[in-house]
Design a protein around this ligand. Structure first.
Ligand SMILES: Nc1ncnc2c1ncn2[C@@H]1O[C@H](COP(=O)(O)OP(=O)(O)OP(=O)(O)O)[C@@H](O)[C@H]1O
Length: 654
């Protein structure tokens, strides 16, 4: 027999599937309970125990009242039988009132447990996300699906894993109650009847709860399209795309796509709902009713034969009805446990995927990073790279030396792999073959956090943090205490200090209009803030500076001014400059041309012009555009000593 996990496969496979879907998530959720605090959990267990016993007590007391009525009425007010009746009545009333009083306490303590558990879980989610030293998992669809499923419930504060914990404990009350009624039936009738009552109730229950479990997994199957729908909604309603949406008249387009995605998401879920609920519901109801009716018949026959007193019969009938009602849906437990547990299972899947990605990547190095390294060079040795899941090799046996203390410019057409090279250098991805070394040591052997402190980088798509201007700069080096003087120096070096000081709260101004006294910057001003961030990191000790299109949003004068000071700002630093603009590239100590995943030319500006290859052609192309005045702002060009423009981005390839 082949072991399969298919739901339609052989029995052991089905058991495994059922265990994975029904039991494992409960175990995982129960393991969260200690994070709620032992005292609170013990209190809730006790409370639920009492809440389970009170209805049983109520049934006993009211049955005794009914059984006592003929004698008490016969004896009259004040007789001993009357006193017994009154005592049982008071007991029943106390049991009823006790339930009413304790039910809100169950909710209140459950909410407290939820808050504690979810609080810890949020920390765990953040830690799991940040545990990934590389970015491959964050670009993997299955991992993103798991993450979105894990965070959805916690973010919405609705049916969270914390709710699932409270819901699991609430089951104590329900099942204590069921056990109590079964015992009562066993006592007044036969133990078989008591056991059959439990079976009947659990059959109903399986129909209800099992159906919910299967239905909820239908949602898991549409996580991808749900994420797309949410994206479309966020774009339509968010500030980020507000300008384009209006200018291009895209509001209707996005609304239509959102509606389509929502329909695509709901269609399979609705279809599955019918399949899951209808037939099983009829079947389980029939079986449950048959068994329940059998138990009632046993009770009736017992009464007819004179084996049951009036109290016994009332007790039996009440217990059967109350127990069968326990086969219904439990609002305080069923939906919260199902969706909360699902969120928990998704988190575990996410953690597994992150763990597997960590193990697969060569990221386990723990070696120290010498403070001034590299002192000789950074080297790419036969580096090959292909993005996970992609068919195309981006870098293919790339050899490149970046001499320490010098600046190297990297040029190439769009998609040549320049940014990929930066991602490998900063170890956001690991090479699929070859290695990158710093003074001969493989970067993979170094502690990744320590290495990153050594590298200051501005990505092409740097982040505009909705934080104060000073924080935006100081984020370049959070491993050292914030140095306000260094923040100002970095801002001055990036030529943005005057702009920031003129903001409503100076450098403390939040860089977003979404906040009080907040302000937004122009694209070029933002880029200078990003440059300041990288310069701040240099002041904090980084020895490698990587600038990926650092001045693309600066006007020509500002770009020229920046590069005029570049040598002075980066003295002693190993710098890598990715740029399409030859005015900035030509000032680098060395220039490297990347094409088809390899270095095809390298040398100084003069050497490469003399070589008359790729670089010379691209340079001439820009020069022609410059002379022809195609780049409007070049007419203003006061300081740059070479052609400016985007010829490389035109895709010119010889
Ligand atoms: N996360 C990713 N997953 C899969 N492929 C990717 C990913 N990022 C980039 N690529 C692909 O890798 C190739 C190199 O991209 P890269 O961003 O390194 O080019 P580039 O030289 O920096 O281009 P540009 O000049 O346009 O910035 C491109 O074909 C791109 O489509």
């Amino acid at each position: 027999m082949t072991g399969t996990t298919s739901a339609t496969g052989p029995a052991p496979g089905r058991v495994r599937t059922w265990y994975a879907a029904a039991v494992a998530p409960r175990v995982a959720t129960a393991r969260l309970l200690p994070t709620g605090g032992a005292g609170l959990v013990a209190g809730l267990v006790l409370l639920n125990l009492v809440l389970g016993l009170l209805p049983v007590l109520f049934v006993v007391a009211t049955s005794r009242v009914v059984g006592q009525v003929p004698v008490a009425v016969g004896g009259g007010v004040g007789s001993a039988a009357w006193d017994v009746l009154v005592r049982d009545f008071v007991l029943a009333a106390a049991a009823f009132c006790g339930q009413q009083v304790l039910a809100p306490a169950q909710t209140a303590l459950g909410v407290r447990l939820k808050r504690r558990v979810d609080g810890r879980l949020r920390d765990r989610m953040l830690a799991s996300t940040l545990r990934s030293t590389g970015i491959a998992p964050m670009e993997d669809q299955a991992t993103l699906d798991a993450l979105s499923e894990a965070t959805r419930q916690v973010d919405s504060e609705f049916h969270t894993p914390g709710d699932a914990c409270a819901g699991l404990l609430a089951l104590v009350a329900r099942y204590v109650r069921l056990a109590g009624f079964a015992v009562l039936v066993g006592l007044v009738s036969t133990w078989w009847a008591g056991a059959a009552l439990v079976v009947a109730t659990m059959v109903f229950r399986y129909g209800q709860r099992g159906g919910l479990r299967k239905y909820s997994t239908a949602w898991r199957g549409v996580v991808g399209v749900r994420r797309r729908a949410e994206y479309l909604r966020d774009v339509a309603m968010g500030a980020g795309a507000a300008k384009e949406l209006r200018v291009f008249g895209l509001a209707g387009w996005f609304a239509d796509r959102y509606e389509d995605a929502t329909r695509e998401m709901l269609a399979p879920v609705t279809a599955r709902r019918r399949l899951i609920y209808l037939k099983p519901y009829l079947l389980y109801t029939a079986v449950g009713l048959a068994i329940g009716s059998g138990v009632l018949v046993v009770l009736a026959r017992g009464a007819a034969a004179g084996d049951l007193t009036l109290t016994g019969l009332t007790l039996g009938l009440q217990s059967v009805v109350a127990a069968l009602l326990l086969g219904e849906y439990y609002p305080e437990s069923d939906v919260p446990t199902q969706y909360g547990m699902q969120s928990m299972a998704a988190l575990e899947e996410f953690e597994e995927r992150i763990g597997a990605a960590q193990d697969a990547g060569r990221t386990a190095g723990t070696g120290p990073v010498p403070p001034a390294s590299p002192t000789v060079s950074l080297r790419f040795e036969g580096v090959a790279f292909r993005y996970p899941g992609a068919s195309r090799t981006v870098l293919d046996g790339l050899d490149l030396e970046l001499p320490a203390g010098l600046s190297t410019a990297v040029v190439g057409i769009n998609g040549a792999g320049k940014t990929t090279l930066v991602k490998l250098l900063t170890r956001l991805h690991e090479p699929t073959a070859g290695r990158i070394t710093s003074d001969g040591t493989d970067l993979a052997d170094l502690d990744v956090a320590a290495w990153r402190r050594q590298v200051s980088v501005i990505f092409q798509d740097f982040v505009r943090y909705e934080l104060s201007a000073a924080d935006n700069i100081a984020l370049g080096a959070t491993h050292v205490p914030r140095d306000d003087a260094a923040v100002r120096d970095a801002a001055r070096d990036a030529d943005v200090l005057d702009v920031l000081e003129a903001l409503p709260l100076g450098l403390d101004t939040p860089l977003s209009r979404a906040y009080e006294d907040g302000a937004d910057l122009s694209g070029g001003q933002w880029q200078r803030v990003a440059i300041a961030r990288s310069l701040y990191a240099l002041r904090a000790g980084a020895r490698v500076l990587v600038l990926d299109e650092p001045t693309s949003a600066l006007d020509v004068r500002a770009e020229a001014a920046f590069f005029d000071r570049f040598v002075e700002l980066t003295r002693g630093v190993t710098s890598v400059l990715v740029s399409h603009r030859f005015s900035s590239v030509r000032r680098a100590d060395r220039i490297v041309v990347v094409d088809a995943g390899r270095v095809v030319e390298q040398g100084t500006h003069a050497e490469l012009l003399a070589l008359d290859g790729h670089y010379a052609r691209l340079f001439r192309l820009q020069a022609e555009r410059f002379e022809a005045g195609f780049d409007g702002d070049e007419h203003d060009h006061g300081g740059a000593d070479g052609p400016v423009g985007d010829a490389v981005t035109t895709g010119e390839r010889s």
